[in-house]
Write a new protein. Structure first.
Length: 338
């Protein structure tokens, strides 16, 4: 078990700032997600934890001990890479067993460990196949199993289930969460899928251009984003952010003095009788319906329960519960409501 901490860590690749003065605490036994768009620094963070890269500045600690000058082998962390790095000349079973065989683990313990992990990942039927005969999703599950059979202090996973179809991706992330809890290990998980991050994480850090923009639980980040950037990254559809000049049209009267824009989650935008906005599109999604709206030329999204009877071209009124309104200054930073 291990906590992982970054203290003002910076990593450059030539002129590219991959990680920019990052300070971060990942608690022991946490399922922690590094979330952000591609090239935002997430994968570099994993390589710094593993020891494949060294920081140009700052310090990395595992269990409170500095590891900046400690070799990857001595850090005892396991990683699932994006490219999977399976041995093509080995079967799936041999790939999974390899880390334990290399460490001279007792064969009986190896077989018991492999049987447990492969059962949890539902890959017992493909263990005789080499990687070339596996689908992309099967190869990813083999790579995950190879990491899980070890007994490291932490697991690192770089977007490990992106090749799976939607249904299997959902099942696998639930399984990973369950396995992490059963094993009582720290798991650091990189993803650019906000639904994936919010559904499994204890905590998460939102990245942009190598910087951590906000950390917290998924609920904290969703309910109290500290900027328009974080607000736009979490939620599907994303938060509506409109100029304050349009706030009165949605019955929002009270706002902080420096407010430049108003943010409203689609599920908190109430739609009723009136002549405030025009419905541009109606998207029924079973248990809820998403409306595309135009408010004086500004696009908005509203999410409503069930399948209300609205039609494109209809004009409607909009209101916002004052307790659900977000306010941002001209630089995009969140402001406290009055």
């Amino acid at each position: 078990m291990a906590s992982i901490s970054f203290r003002n860590v910076t990593k450059r690749f030539g002129d590219v700032m991959a990680v920019d003065d990052v300070s971060l605490d990942i608690h022991d036994n946490a399922f922690f997600c590094l979330f952000g768009p591609p090239l935002s620094g997430k994968s570099t963070i994993l390589k710094l934890i593993l020891g494949l890269e060294r920081p140009d500045e700052g310090e990395i600690l595992i269990d409170g001990r500095p590891v900046t000058n400690v070799s990857p082998a001595r850090r005892n962390v396991a990683m699932v890479f994006q490219n999977l790095a399976l041995f093509p000349h080995m079967t799936a079973l041999q790939n999974i067993r390899f880390p334990l065989v290399e460490r001279g683990i007792d064969p009986d313990r190896i077989e018991a460990r492999v049987a447990d992990v492969t059962a949890k990942l539902h890959i017992g039927h493909i263990l005789h196949k080499p990687p070339a005969q596996l689908s992309g999703g099967e190869r990813q599950r083999v790579a995950i199993a190879r990491a899980l059979v070890r007994d490291p202090v932490a697991y690192l996973m770089d977007d490990p289930i992106s090749a799976l179809d939607a249904r299997l991706r959902e099942e696998t992330r639930v399984e990973l969460r369950r396995i992490q809890q059963e094993m009582g290990k720290t798991l650091v998980y990189v993803t650019h899928d906000q639904e994936e991050a919010m559904s499994v994480a204890d905590g998460m850090a939102v990245f942009e251009h190598g910087k951590v923009r906000q950390t917290g639980t998924p609920e904290e980040l969703y309910r109290r984003p500290n900027s328009t950037y974080v607000a736009s990254m979490l939620g599907a559809p994303a938060m509506n952010v409109v100029p304050m000049a349009l706030a009165p049209r949605m019955q929002v009267a009270e706002a902080p003095r420096r407010a430049d824009s108003l943010g409203v989650r689609p599920e908190n935008l109430r739609v009723g009788a009136g002549d405030t906005a025009e419905i541009i599109e109606v998207e029924p999604l079973g248990g809820f319906t998403t409306l595309g709206l135009s408010l004086e030329g500004t696009p908005l999204r509203a999410t409503l329960r069930g399948q209300p009877e609205f039609t494109a071209g209809e004009r409607v009124g909009l209101t916002v519960d004052p307790g659900r309104a977000h306010f941002f200054d001209a630089g995009g930073a969140a402001l406290a409501a009055r």
